[in-house]
Design a protein around this ligand. Structure first.
Ligand code: AMP
Length: 195
């Protein structure tokens, strides 16, 4: 099973690109943001706990999200998994590495969607109009980008220190289909090798 992390700041296009990649390679799309939003909509205990945190653009506690991911990975038997929105902190990455190690797996590839900051804000404000996500307003967006720099960016260095994990940087500052092609080329290099 190939484990890929789709990594990037909020608004870098992870969700959109994930839809293309998972279809092409038959991967299971595991989006922690989508999972938490569903729980919040259903009004489960978990959903009620995370809803106010998400609305402010803060991160939910590491131990909570690690439990959610662990349960999700246990029940999947796909050829591979695409993690979207997880891990978002170094402790989450360490917990992921440990849970994979227990079953003889590892993070094979980190796909980093690189997009300049002013584009992120523009895109997220645009998404606020079209998708109406509650956390896509200017104050929350700035909060999320700040948290990304502080807590999430170090995850990239965590994997740079691990020779068994490949990192591909994809310039995500282009039209959706152009970025999709860049992503495809980057992923092909690894999946061809691994297949
Ligand atoms: P996303 O759709 O990936 O932007 O996630 C939306 C929100 O869900 C985030 O702003 C966080 O509040 C929460 N969330 C999603 N994934 C994580 C994670 N790995 N760690 C902590 N909070 C998360």
């Amino acid at each position: 099973m190939l484990i890929t992390i789709l990594f990037g700041p909020p608004g870098s296009g992870k969700g959109t690109q994930a839809a293309y990649i998972t279809k092409r390679y038959g991967l299971q799309h595991v989006s922690t943001g989508d999972m938490l939003r569903k729980e919040a909509e259903k009004g489960t205990d978990l959903g009620n706990e995370v809803a106010p945190i998400m609305a402010e653009g803060r991160l939910v506690p590491d131990d909570l999200i690690v439990r959610v991911i662990e349960a999700r990975l246990r029940e999947t038997n796909a050829a591979g998994v695409l993690l979207d929105g997880f891990p978002r902190t170094v402790p989450q990455a360490a917990a992921l590495d440990e849970m994979l190690r227990r079953t003889g797996r590892k993070v094979d590839l980190v796909l980093f969607l690189d997009v300049p900051e002013e584009k992120l804000i523009e895109r997220l404000l645009g998404r606020a109009l079209t998708e109406g996500r509650e956390d896509d307003n200017l104050e929350t967006i700035q909060n999320r980008i700040e948290i990304y720099h502080r807590d999430t960016e170090p995850v990239l260095d965590h994997y740079r220190d691990q020779p068994a994990t490949a990192i591909e940087v994809v310039d995500g500052d282009a039209a959706i289909l152009e970025v999709a092609e860049r992503v495809r080329n980057a992923v092909d290099r690894h999946y061809r090798d691994a297949a």
